[in-house]
Design a protein around this ligand. Sequence first.
Ligand code: ADP
Length: 408
Amino acid sequence: MNVLVINAGSSSLKYQLYDMNNESVLAKGRVERIGMESSILTHEVEGQAEVREVSEILEHTTAVRKVLDMLTHRKFGVLRNIEDIQAVGHRIVHGGESFRESVLIDDEVKLEIRKLFDLAPLHNPAHMMGITAVEANLPGVPQAVVFDTAFHQSMPPSSYLYAIPTVLYRKHKIRRYGFHGTSHDYVSKQAAEFLGRPLDSLKIVSCHIGNGASCTAILNGKSYDTSMGMTPLEGLMMGTRSGDLDPAIVPYTINKEDLTLNEVNSMLNKHSGLMAVSGISSDMREVVQAMEEGSDSARLAFEMYAYRIRKYVGAYAAAMNGIDVLLFTAGVGENSAVLRKRVCEGLTFLGIDLDENRNEVRSGETRRISADRSRVEVLVVPTNEELLIARDTYRLARNRALTDTLGD
Ligand code: ADP
């Protein structure tokens, strides 16, 4: 079965086409600048030169049609015709409390996703455009939705509630949801498999450190607590997001700087974090380089960033009454040996002992970076959210096909 994975944003649409017989990626790419004059479609097939096509793509339905044209293109395509796509999986940022797992799309599911627009105004409406666009281009093909929040629905109320009037939870569902769930789910399973130990016997702290960053306490395979909150702003310091701060800073800044609420919101999401403290970049590579060249602000940003992660690891070890595995994933987590080293340096009391040579090894595979004597296994696990979306979609579409056959 071929599964097309779609990640639709408001002006972009990323895709990966999987052959689920061997979980290989047949093609992948993205459409950028949807709704603008010169939209760009970039298409990649393993072993071939990247194709770039500039045209006017005003909305998502046209974007999906262009992608399908490219996938079936005589020269650059990988499929004979679009009937060779048997299922489509969508990444959805917010599933609220309605979705504890991935599901196939029907009218009810679409209605629920619409109800969540308020909670994720930047993401869910764009995902919906992706769903509608696929429906228009591939009518009758089963579509699944995979939520960033679903994995965290196992958190107990003591983890997910904020200490504010509970009426706000009852009326408006103000609570911690957590994000990067697909990634934390995927990497924790990979870690258990790598270690040859059952997932339901492990206490894992998973650090997904990319542009956005979150730590999750995974107790016996289930999310027990996570650092992102009702929105992805809470928790760790990130590329451009502040992470945790005293909420009283918001009204104080509004008064002192004569800013609007929207301006402060934008400051905390887009102009804070590594970018703000270093004054150099939101990209960890550039911050580390500047630090090595002697920049004090880059060093401070790096130290704050590592310190936050270390604090969360300690907090989550306490939350679970122990830690068996500490794992790092995503752009920074997988690639920055110096950051991993700094995080682990202060955690020897927990039984975390990094092996400096192993930590320096570069590889795209899951690997152990702790010393043999370390009580806690420290791993680097490359994340692959698209593969998990493809797997869930494949499972749901295959089950539907089986049920339909049995029903005949
Ligand atoms: P996103 O949250 O956008 O999915 P990624 O997980 O792709 O982000 O991570 C992107 C970030 O990874 C970049 O902003 C960059 O800071 C970081 N990164 C990538 N390679 C390295 C590296 N070799 N060293 C340090 N950081 C890196």
